[in-house]
Design a binder for this molecule. Structure first.
Ligand code: AMP
Length: 395
């Protein structure tokens, strides 16, 4: 069943407490260097204020110690930026559950927005202490979760606060709804052939994703450094490539359980040092000479993967095919990104490095969905259920 959305509830005159992810990157002076996370929340914010709701936004920023205010982690700059984006003033409270927040929540008029100070300044955010959660819950008529990047966490603003609201409406925002739609619903009932492309540095980070996707996909294509641990498992030579010898047994199990669905590279682009100016050569997979390391999938693999993607109806991609930050070892990642962008399949890009790569290459608007969450996106691809989402109302 689908989760009830913010658009399903009447907002006029109601206090809507919305958890957003305004954890934006900042420079040393505190200036916001990328406001994407704020812009992503605008549709849900507009939906509430355009219908006369009194909107209270809460978020974390960075990793303060949880023992009181720390000026470098204040959310004030995000309130200023949000005001610029909305073209109207946005109120800011100096605390989260203190007297300033309380007075400003009470004074809110229909259609106005208030940003509370960083939830992580309060010990209750981490330990779920009842007075903290209860106070936030008591101010609100409606709770909305639009913080996908934090959905895999069980901090108070994600779980204890909505639970403390009892029978009051608890809904998802548009951003969270879209992430669930693609990372969970589409994947559990995919149009076939369904292909996953998994790369990145370590097998250990992706074990659960590989296992989960092997149960639902028709093919799981492996790239990145983790391919070399699989190569070791097949008795291949990996030179000085990044490998995880303690994961070789597991790699053997995955190859066996994959029953032909697991597709490994057939060639490797190697260097004799980890830099762009090193000597380079392409070798057959499993034949990396001593003193050389694999830094990208080879051209034959890139072509084969692109062909498999071309024939797919649903494709999920998480993790680069090589050291894409260091040309020419970005070629494999570029080839796969282009194949995904060119295909007519429903294409879903997991957060983190693959999202960064697809943006950097200018293909972001040619794919169906680019996830905004790093850890949350990976957890959802692992098939995990999030408590922060489970507790919200169904339609
Ligand atoms: P992950 O965070 O697990 O998705 O890994 C992304 C990182 O893996 C990127 O920084 C890549 O540079 C790195 N990576 C991918 N392929 C290789 C490789 N063959 N050797 C070393 N690092 C790699």
């Amino acid at each position: 069943m689908a989760k009830k959305s913010i658009s399903d509830v009447e907002c006029r005159g109601k206090v809507v407490l919305m958890r957003v992810d305004f954890n934006v990157p900042q420079d040393d002076s505190g200036a916001i260097t990328d406001d994407r996370r704020i812009r992503m929340a605008i549709p849900s914010i507009e939906s509430v204020i355009s219908r006369g709701g009194k909107l209270v936004l809460m978020s974390h920023l960075g990793r303060p110690k949880g023992k009181g205010p720390e000026p470098e982690f204040t959310l004030r700059p995000t309130a200023v930026r949000l005001g610029e984006l909305l073209g109207k003033p946005v109120h800011f409270a100096e605390d989260t559950v203190g007297p300033d927040a309380e007075a400003k929540v009470k004074a809110l008029k229909d259609g106005e927005v208030l940003v509370l100070e960083n939830v992580r300044f309060n010990p209750g955010e981490k330990d779920g202490e009842a007075t903290y959660s209860g106070k936030l819950a008591s101010w609100a008529d409606i709770y909305c979760n639009d913080a996908f990047g934090t959905c895999h966490r069980e901090e108070a603003s994600m779980v204890a606060v909505p639970l403390a609201m009892g029978n009051k409406p608890k809904v998802v925002g548009f951003l969270v709804a879209k992430e669930i739609q693609y990372l969970s619903d589409t994947i559990s009932k995919p149009q076939r052939p369904f292909v996953a492309i998994l790369g990145g540095a370590k097998v250990s980070d992706k074990i659960k994703v590989i296992k989960n996707l092997l149960t639902v996909c028709d093919s799981v294509l492996i790239g990145g450094a983790m391919a070399y641990t699989f190569s070791l498992a097949q008795g291949g030579k990996t030179g000085k490539s990044l490998v995880e010898p303690d994961k070789v047994e597991l790699a053997k199990e995955l190859i066996a359980s994959g029953g032909g669905k697991l597709v490994l590279p057939t060639d490797t682009h190697c260097g004799d040092a980890f830099n762009a100016n090193c000597n380079k050569q392409v070798v057959a997979a499993g034949q990396i000479p001593d003193g050389w390391e694999g830094l990208d999938i080879g051209p034959e693999t890139a072509k084969r993967y692109a062909e498999i993607v071309k024939g797919s109806k649903t494709v999920v991609w998480n993790g680069p095919m090589g050291v894409f930050e260091m040309p020419p070892f970005d070629a494999g990642t570029q080839a796969v990104a282009k194949a995904v962008a060119d295909s007519d399949a429903i294409s879903i890009i997991g957060g983190g490095d693959s999202a960064a790569a697809i943006e950097q290459l200018g293909f972001a608007d040619q794919v169906t969905h680019v996830s905004t969450g790093g850890g949350a996106s990976l957890s959802m691809l692992e098939g995990e259920k999030f408590k922060a989402v489970e507790i919200l109302d169904e339609t």
